[in-house]
Design a protein around this ligand. Structure first.
Ligand code: FE2
Length: 257
């Protein structure tokens, strides 16, 4: 079983890159399941129905979200759809779900989305306790469990990796948009990487226009963020290889397209 993880898709150019590259890559590499973080895909904040449909057409099976889940109002039209999850540790009772299970080649793959609490301006519940609750519910059902931990702090992500070691197939980080070089298989068999990186304009400040970002830092005056219009667009992610019988992860490789 091969599972492709695609890092935070930023803006129109990020979506275009996915459309150009992923259908062929999926075919060439016999990918069985694709997870992509889509919370920045609409102008850097949120996702639209059109983008969501486009991503599905490219072969993406599960879109994960994060702090910009509600960035575009139309999310409420499709948040209950079966190919999208939003952070599970949002307060109970709000639209959408934090994990979904899909069957692929006779195996049940659970995708769990969590959001961090360190330096993320979202009043969420404790992601460590929330993931315990979810794992307890799905342990009999899921063969493969993949967690997207959308978080700012490296320490929080690393701690979550060790916390989940031996209990999930792979935990990957998103949100900081720079691919980290620490992919590994932890002691008890869980694949781990702090951040899989970004899919969007290369010359940018994590996807945003360089001049606008610098102005914000230099002047501290409010400056509207806009997605960088650099034509060179990168796609970052990870390719997971999972043993078909044991469902244990065998390889976690970073990809740069
Ligand atoms: Fe984010």
């Amino acid at each position: 079983m091969k599972i492709l993880l695609i890092g935070d898709i930023v803006g129109q150019s990020g979506v275009k890159k996915v459309k150009e590259v992923i259908p062929e890559y999926k075919k060439q590499n016999n990918i069985d399941f694709i997870i992509a973080n889509g919370e920045n895909s609409a102008e850097g904040m949120g996702i639209t129905s059109k983008i969501y449909e486009d991503l599905k057409k490219c072969g993406i099976d599960m879109v994960t979200m994060g702090n910009h889940t509600w960035g575009k109002k139309e999310i409420f039209l499709f948040i209950e759809d079966e190919n999208i999850v939003r952070p599970a540790n949002y307060p109970a009772g709000i639209p959408g779900v934090g994990y979904r299970i899909q069957e692929v080649n006779g195996k049940k793959i659970a995708v769990i989305n969590l959001i961090g609490r360190v330096d993320v301006a979202i009043l969420s519940e404790n992601p460590f306790l929330k993931v315990d609750e979810i794992l307890e519910k799905i342990k009999e059902e899921a063969d493969i469990i993949i967690v997207d931990f959308h978080a700012e702090a490296t320490a929080e992500k690393i701690a979550m990796g060790y916390y989940l070691d031996g209990r999930v197939t792979c935990m990957f980080g998103t949100h900081t948009h720079v691919q980290t070089a620490d992919e590994t298989i932890l002691e008890k068999g869980t694949g781990y990487i702090t951040d899989i990186g970004m899919t969007g304009p290369k010359k940018s400040v994590i996807g945003m226009d360089v001049a606008a970002s610098i102005k914000r830092f230099v002047t501290t005056l409010p400056e509207r963020y806009k997605v960088s219009d650099d034509r060179e667009v990168i796609l970052r992610g990870c390719l997971l290889e999972i043993n078909d019988e044991t469902c244990r992860i065998q390889k976690i490789n970073r990809i740069k397209l």
